[in-house]
Design a protein around this ligand. Structure first.
Ligand SMILES: Cc1cc2nc3c(=O)[nH]c(=O)nc-3n(C[C@H](O)[C@H](O)[C@H](O)COP(=O)(O)O)c2cc1C
Length: 259
């Protein structure tokens, strides 16, 4: 990597992608790079045109969230700058890597490499098993370190996806997987627990939650789990299901990076 500075634009629902972005950033900083982490949901804003670009997102429905693709379309032109991509997932990235490669190439970036990190599942968890999560996160840290070294010495690569990946991606661009997710995972507020702090509404990346007396959900939910993950009294739940709150960073951490 020739660039001396690196800007990593990340989105995280429950903290996993923030942890992976930070782990890669640490590896790059140790080699003397200046690394900034920025929240992708805020858009790209004014960018350092000399810096390499990193994009980091969670896998969702074998791609990533539709609102992130809209933001990614407004990515500044690369003009030959280096760019890398990382995602976090439960185990199957589907069409994400290929679609991201297409966006970065179209925008004129030089592809430096891609890494998919397996992280604890953040969806429909029936237990809060920190003991099970710890080794998964430790492995991600080792792999992030290796990925940073590979980016630095130019040996990082862009893994090819399965031939079915365009199909997965096309599917994720339609509305129905997200509608299905929202139907399978209908979030609701337990009024007895809710302290009406409004954090859920402030954190929702698609502004689907409005605060009246209690939080009210609209029909734009993409099931990113943020509201549920960071609700202080754990008042957001899926009625009839014993799904547990999961987050891998604290609320203060979630908002600590970027502009
Ligand atoms: C709505 C939704 C859809 C998901 N779809 C996939 C998927 O298709 N493949 C996969 O491997 N993991 C999937 N996951 C798991 C997440 O990608 C994984 O837990 C990720 O690390 C979450 O990152 P975050 O905490 O930064 O949001 C999904 C999670 C959610 C909430």
């Amino acid at each position: 990597m020739d660039e001396r500075a690196v800007d990593i634009f990340f989105f995280t629902g429950t903290g996993n992608t923030l942890l992976a972005s930070r782990a890669v950033a640490e590896g790059l900083r140790r080699a003397g790079k200046t690394v900034r982490l920025e929240r992708l949901e805020k858009g790209f804003g004014p960018c350092d045109e000399e810096a390499a670009l990193g994009i980091a997102v969670p896998v969702a429905c074998f791609s990533t969230y539709p609102f992130l693709w809209e933001i990614l379309d407004s990515m500044p032109e690369g003009n030959g700058r280096g760019a890398f991509f990382l995602c976090t997932m439960g185990g199957m990235a589907g069409g994400l890597g290929r679609a991201m490669k297409a966006v970065l190439s179209r925008k004129g970036y030089r592809l430096l490499g891609r890494k998919d990190f397996i992280m604890p599942g953040n969806y429909g968890r029936k237990s809060t098993s920190e003991e099970k999560d710890r080794p998964i996160i430790a492995r991600m840290r080792e792999e992030a370190d290796a990925f940073a070294r590979a980016l630095l010495d130019g040996s990082a690569s862009w893994r090819a996806d399965s031939p079915l990946s365009p199909l997965f991606h096309r599917l994720s661009k339609s509305r129905w997987p997200w509608r299905l997710m929202a139907r399978l995972y209908p979030l609701a507020v337990e009024r007895k627990k809710c302290i009406r702090c409004g954090k859920c509404a402030r954190l929702c990346p698609v502004r689907n939650i409005t605060m009246t007396e209690y939080p009210a959900f609209g029909d734009r939910c993409v099931s990113c789990q943020r509201c549920m993950a960071f609700c202080p009294p754990n008042a957001i739940h899926v009625p009839g299901k014993d799904y547990r709150q999961y987050r891998s960073v604290e609320y203060s951490d979630l908002l600590s990076e970027g502009r």
